[in-house]
Structures are given as structure tokens and as C-alpha cells.
Ligand binder design. Structure first.
Ligand code: NAP
Length: 584
């Protein structure tokens, strides 16, 4: 071996792996803003296992996951790996790349030294029983995102990947362009192609959220490649041209509508009617853009909480809403009537397996996927690229950074079989919402390793409850119930049957919902039994206050009837809990 360490850009002879390499490292003692957390260091070049490949990185793609890695939040990726037995006290990030194969493990058959490759970011253990039995590796408990959950990602001279991660690099793309598309395009590919009978096909109509974003721009192109029609959702008309050049039939400005967000209560006639009006006019806009009265049989979702109700409504009977993120929030509301009566599918999707990544890459190799690279950075600027993302000041499209490539624009050596128009990226900044936590934040499951500790002062419901019950009968009319509420200055009345059992609660919310869409006389003459929230809203006086709070908030209620020996004896309300906070 001639040299222990090569300067960046000074490529070692093909197949010669130097002992040391240059890399951008994150260490726990400098977790924080990307410009501080990322530091240049020289480390040992990693060794590879039999199923692994060492690639000289020419360019790396930038993704938000390494902003989280830099912050050390919500997951300390270094600590998590140390706990799992890996010794390195640093993190080398990077989950997208292009490069040249320098070494292969003995079991690797798909690439050889010298191959020019791009890499997908899915890793899993080939020894996992599920994978060995032919199961989709995306369901394997060993699945990890390379360069975020694993070390030795692409922000270094050499990266360590599993053989299957390597795919042929499109010859018509530069190093930086080819490093930019794999993560988003493969995710979009599985969303559109991975779900059996609901997968996209020629003649389908797809509604694509965030059409000018990373995933959406890929989804439009993937839909076009299969002969489907797509309608792109965006937040401004400045993005229409971009989405149309990528292949969308038309675009809709989401700011022309205001019915987004969680569904109104299904008992709220007026709120629901307004929502229905909004979502119907949104549906009509889709028809207008399509030029025919067709509903999208595929909805490409990632905003989540604010858009899922509409996505499910406008989706064709038997169609699918496929979702890979909850950028606007995770508690999406669904009117189940549309889901079951019209037999729609709400499908979760996450990244892609190796087969799907390669299917996507075949389309990229033909020239049918523009990488939508907005900006490439030099090696020195890697922390700045992440800082721009952290500050939501990064440009549209996908960004990449040169690693061993010495100049921008190098690496393209051929022409694609199909030539598509390279779209001009819109100028405005789309990144108006904070990025959600990375989905690799461990989700609790049955096999949760660590005990969950909860601090609780042991306050019981009986310590705060109001004794005494103000009640009505199931047959009392609302006029009577309302009078009780007003006279006694209370927010809810317990409905008791003739056995003195609490069968429900009529709250102020129930009362005002009953008033919605009815005349005062109609509302007044309704019976308590018709509008009450039935029986479940009770808790025992011995229940922990914290459990009672979970009951109330989970059921969107403000109070519970308190029972002793199954008999109602009082009420505990949110106001009581707020009072306790003042007293603490
Ligand atoms: P991106 O480039 O930031 O684009 C997202 C687009 O969503 C934005 O351009 C914005 O477009 C739109 N948007 C934002 N808030 C919205 C709202 N409230 N309602 C409707 N549209 C909204 O991000 P991306 O790369 O496409 O990724 C999107 C999400 O998917 C992120 O949360 C990301 O973490 C996640 N993701 C998941 C996977 C996975 O494997 N599960 C993989 C990649 C990405 P307009 O403002 O123009 O509407």
C-alpha cells in the first residue's frame, strides 16, 4: 500500500483501501446546531463483512435525518449504537450517495471493484429469520436507515454499505445529481407501486400532495412513467409550472381552500356541513383540473393530520390513500363511514426494499427521473447545507454535496435512452412547516426493552372531586336540562335511570351540538337520551387523577361522573385539575 491517507479528490488506485480516511463527524460532546456539530476529522477506514461493500464516495445527498443526528435529538444515535454494542463514539451520517466500488465482501455478487454506483439507504440483517424466509425486509426488526441509524454513512471518503444497497449509477447524471434522488424516489416508488391491487397503473389518477417537494416531485415522475395522470397539490401558483414540467396534468393551490385540519365532530351538523362544502369544492376542483368527473384512485399522502380527512373523502371508491409521514401532525381523523362504505384503503408506507429500489432505479437509468437537484455544495459546505435545512432556508428540491468529486458537473459519461425536460425549480421557499421528528424515533411496542417511568404524586380522584350529583332523567327534554345547567351554574348534567344508575352525561358540548342545524324549538324538545354521551364517562373515586385525566382527554371530555361502589357520588372536571395546578 502506497499511502496511509489520501487527500480528498486524490483518488487511491482502484481497489486500494487506505488505512485512514477524511470524514465529517458528529460527536456527542458537540451535539447542537449543524455548523457546530459537524467537524472534519480523520478516522480509520471501516472494514467490511462478507455481505458488505466499501465505496469511495464521490457525492452525498443531504437529508433532514442528519440534522436530527447533529442535534442529538430526539434520538442520540451514537448513544443508541453504543448501547447496542457498537464501540465508535462518533457518527458519520449520510443516507444518499454516488461513488465507485473499492472493495467487496466474499458473498457480494451484484457489484465488483470499479463499478460506478448509487446507494439506497435500507439496511437489514441477512440473518433475520423473517428475511431468511423471504419476508419483505422492510418489515424486519433489523431494518435500519444507513447513515442515520447506522454509522459510516456517505459523509466520508469511504462508506460501508450492504451489497444490495448498490445500484448502477445513471451514466447521464453527474456525481452530485445521482447522489440526490434515491431516498425520495425509492420512498415514492414503494408508496405508488408497493401495494398490490391498489398500486399505480396506466390510466390511473393520482393526487400528489407537496408536488414541488422532495417526495412529490418524484411521485409525479413515477406516475407519468407508468402512464398515470397526476394532479399536484402545492401552496402557490409559482410551483405550477415546475410540477407540470415534471408531468402533472394540473395543479391545485391548497391555499384556495380552508377546510383543512381535523374533522369537525360528527354530531356537529353545521361544522360538518361546512367541512363537506369545503371538501366537495376541493373535489370539484380536482374534476376541473382533470377535465372529467373522476376521483383519484390513489392519493399520495405525507402532510397527515391536516389533509387526511380530505384525502380519504376525495379518494375513489376502492382506492387507496398511501401515507409515509405526518408533517402537519400525527393524529389524523378519519370519517370511518367513507372508509368502510366506499371500501377505501388507508395504507402506511416506509422507504422501500431492494427490489423496489432497483425497479425505481431502472426508470432513473432510462432517463425518466429527473433528480430535481436544487443545489450542490462543496465538501467544506456540508455543515452549512444542514444548517440551511435546520433553519428551513434550504431551496426546493434535493441537495447534495461533493465528497471525492473535485468539481461540480463531473461523472456524466453517457446519454439517457429517454430525454425529458429538466424543470426549473421555483424560486420561493416551500419549507414553511417545521420538519417532524424522524420516524426512526423508536415507537413503543409490546417488547419495549426499558421500563417506562412515570412521575405521579399519587393524587386520587376523591381528593379533588365535587361531591353530589345534579341529574336529569333520560326522558327530560333539553329545555329542562338547559335550565338545570343555567340555574346550578354547572357544565354537565348526569343522566340517571329509574334504578339510580348513571347511564350518561349531557354536557354543554352535547347541548350546543344538538342546537347546531336545528331551530331552538326543535332542539328544546329533544330528549336527554338522544344527545347524551352514553354511560362510559365514569371513573371510580379511588382512580388516580392522572388516569382520570387520560380518560377525559382521550375521549375529548371535560368531566367524568365519579362512582363509589358503582353508585354515582360526584363529578371530577378539567377545571378541578386546573385549580390543582394553581394550588401546587
Ligand atoms: P419537502 O421537500 O419539505 O416537501 C414536503 C411538501 O409538503 C412541501 O413542499 C409542502 O408543499 C407540503 N406541505 C407542507 N405542509 C403541508 C400541509 N400542512 N398541507 C399540505 N401540504 C403541505 O419534504 P419531502 O422530502 O417531500 O418529505 C415529506 C415528508 O415525508 C417529510 O415529513 C419527510 O420526513 C417524510 N419522508 C418519509 C419517508 C419515509 O420513508 N417514511 C421518506 C422520505 C420523506 P406546498 O407548501 O407547496 O404545499
Amino acid at each position: 500500500m502506497s499511502k496511509q491517507l489520501y487527500d480528498l479528490g486524490d483518488r487511491p488506485p482502484l481497489g486500494e483501501v487506505p488505512e485512514k480516511m477524511h470524514a465529517w463527524l458528529i460527536r456527542a460532546d458537540r451535539f447542537g446546531l449543524p455548523t457546530e456539530a459537524f467537524q472534519k476529522e480523520v478516522v480509520n477506514t471501516p472494514s467490511i463483512a462478507d455481505d458488505e461493500v466499501l465505496v469511495l464516495v464521490m457525492a452525498a445527498g443531504i437529508n433532514y435525518n442528519n440534522v436530527w443526528a447533529a442535534l442529538g435529538f430526539p434520538v442520540n444515535v451514537i448513544g443508541a449504537r453504543n448501547k447496542a454494542g457498537e464501540p465508535e463514539d462518533f457518527h458519520i451520517g449520510g443516507s444518499d450517495a454516488s461513488g465507485i466500488v473499492y472493495a467487496v465482501g466474499k458473498d457480494v455478487t451484484n457489484v465488483k471493484v470499479g463499478d460506478e454506483v448509487v446507494m439506497h439507504c435500507g439496511q437489514w440483517s441477512r440473518n433475520c429469520e423473517w428475511v431468511k424466509n423471504g419476508g419483505d425486509p422492510m418489515y424486519s426488526p433489523s431494518f435500519k436507515i444507513w447513515g442515520y441509524e447506522t454509522n459510516y454513512g456517505s459523509f466520508a471518503q469511504f462508506t460501508r454499505v450492504q451489497g444490495h444497497q448498490c445500484m448502477p449509477k445513471p451514466k447521464h447524471m453527474s456525481w452530485e445529481e445521482s447522489a440526490a434522488y434515491t431516498l425520495v424516489a425509492a420512498t415514492a416508488w414503494r408508496m405508488l407501486h408497493g401495494w398490490g391491487a391498489n398500486s399505480i397503473k396506466k390510466g390511473d389518477v393520482a393526487l400528489i400532495w407537496g408536488g414541488a417537494g422532495g417526495l412529490g416531485s418524484m411521485a409525479i415522475q413515477i406516475a407519468k412513467a407508468v402512464g398515470a395522470t397526476s394532479v399536484a397539490m402545492v401552496s402557490g401558483e409559482d410551483k405550477f409550472d415546475y410540477c407540470m414540467k415534471l408531468g402533472a396534468k394540473g395543479c391545485i393551490n391548497r391555499n384556495d381552500f380552508d377546510h383543512w385540519g381535523m374533522l369537525p365532530h360528527w354530531k356537529d351538523n353545521v361544522g360538518y356541513a361546512k367541512w363537506l362544502k369545503g371538501v366537495r369544492s376541493f373535489g370539484a376542483k380536482i374534476w376541473e383540473v382533470l377535465g372529467e368527473k373522476r376521483a383519484p384512485n390513489l392519493v399520495f399522502e405525507h402532510p397527515g393530520e391536516s389533509t387526511i380527512p380530505s384525502s380519504i373523502f376525495v379518494c375513489e371508491t376502492g382506492g387507496m390513500v398511501v401515507v409515509c409521514a405526518g408533517t402537519s401532525g400525527y393524529n389524523a381523523t378519519v370519517d370511518l363511514r367513507y372508509l368502510w362504505m366506499r371500501q377505501k384503503r388507508l395504507q402506511g408506507s416506509h422507504f422501500a426494499n431492494a427490489v423496489q429500489c432497483n425497479e425505481m432505479n431502472q426508470v432513473a437509468l432510462q432517463g425518466l427521473i429527473d433528480p430535481c437537484m436544487s443545489r450542490a455544495f462543496t465538501y467544506e459546505e456540508l455543515p452549512i447545507a444542514h444548517q440551511l435545512m435546520h433553519d428551513n432556508k434550504h431551496p426546493h428540491g434535493n441537495m447534495s454535496v461533493l465528497i471525492s468529486a473535485t468539481e461540480f458537473g463531473l461523472g456524466a459519461s453517457g446519454k439517457p435512452s429517454v430525454t425529458i425536460v429538466h424543470p426549473t425549480l421555483p424560486k420561493g421557499d416551500v419549507h414553511t412547516t417545521p420538519h417532524p421528528y424522524p420516524m426512526s424515533t423508536p415507537l413503543p411496542d409490546i417488547a419495549e426493552g426499558e421500563a417506562i417511568t412515570i412521575a405521579d404524586d399519587g393524587t386520587k380522584v376523591r381528593d379533588l372531586m365535587h361531591r353530589g350529583i345534579i341529574s336529569c332523567t333520560p326522558d327530560d327534554i333539553l329545555g329542562t336540562v338547559a335550565k338545570i345547567m343555567v340555574d346550578k351554574e354547572i357544565h354537565a348534567v348526569v343522566v340517571m335511570d329509574d334504578q339510580c344508575k348513571a347511564v350518561g352525561v349531557v354536557s354543554q358540548t352535547d347541548m350546543v351540538l344538538a342546537r347546531q342545524g336545528r331551530t331552538p324549538d326543535q332542539a328544546r324538545s329533544m330528549r336527554a337520551a338522544e344527545i347524551m354521551t352514553p354511560g362510559c364517562a365514569t371513573c371510580d373515586a379511588e382512580m388516580l387523577l392522572s388516569d382520570a385525566v387520560s380518560l377525559m382527554t382521550g375521549r375529548r371530555m371535560h368531566r367524568l361522573v365519579v362512582t363509589e361502589n358503582d353508585l354515582p357520588v360526584g363529578v371530577i372536571s378539567m377545571t378541578d385539575v386546573v385549580r390543582k395546578i394553581i394550588g401546587e
